[in-house]
Design a protein around this ligand. Sequence first.
Ligand code: 5GP
Length: 210
Amino acid sequence: MNKVDQTLARRGLLLVLTAPSGCGKSTITRAIMKDDPDIVVSISATTRDPRPGEKDGEDYLFMSTGDFRSKVGTGDFLEWAEVFGRFYGTPKAPVEEAIKSGKDVFFDIDWQGARQLRQNAPDDLVWICILPPNKQSLEDRLRARGQDSEDVISRRMLEAESEASHWRDADYVVINDDLDKAISQVRSILQAARLKRVRRVGLEEFVAQM
Ligand code: 5GP
């Protein structure tokens, strides 16, 4: 971005990366977020119990099922889902505040959540699906992780195939057969999306005094 780009007001975007587990999504995400002060992470609400080390307000907003349901009723979530019998949702207000102030919001949600964002915020969503170069590389990564039984590995492979099958819903697809290349492709997508005319609310003023 040049100096003028950096000072022009713009509306932030909603960035979603979906991927079957074992595709390098966390590594790509870390690389993208590092040194980019314009991306904030959406903190989801959940009704599940905190795991050791998890902090309320940092990892999740932990709440009771009653509170969660009442927030669903008042339309406080941009999207929500039931996962493994627990509720998860994206509080709407902080996201709206962030994008208005020109920050992009990163979401760690699955394709079901992303589909709801597509419905509820179609103009702001940038959805990138990461795919592996082949099935074998996914299986190799799952095996390399630890001592999972064959049953667990087979189940994870099925889950991974199901997640991958939703690539058609995404705006962009990046095939991760070379990590550095995949990271630079995600960066390019983000950069182009930020430059979209409709996001650049400061253009009218800029052009008027140009
Ligand atoms: P965990 O309980 O392991 O932190 O997360 C379980 C699942 O819930 C993950 O697949 C995660 O992507 C999903 N999840 C976390 N937050 C949200 C959210 O706000 N909305 C949706 N739809 N899914 C979420």
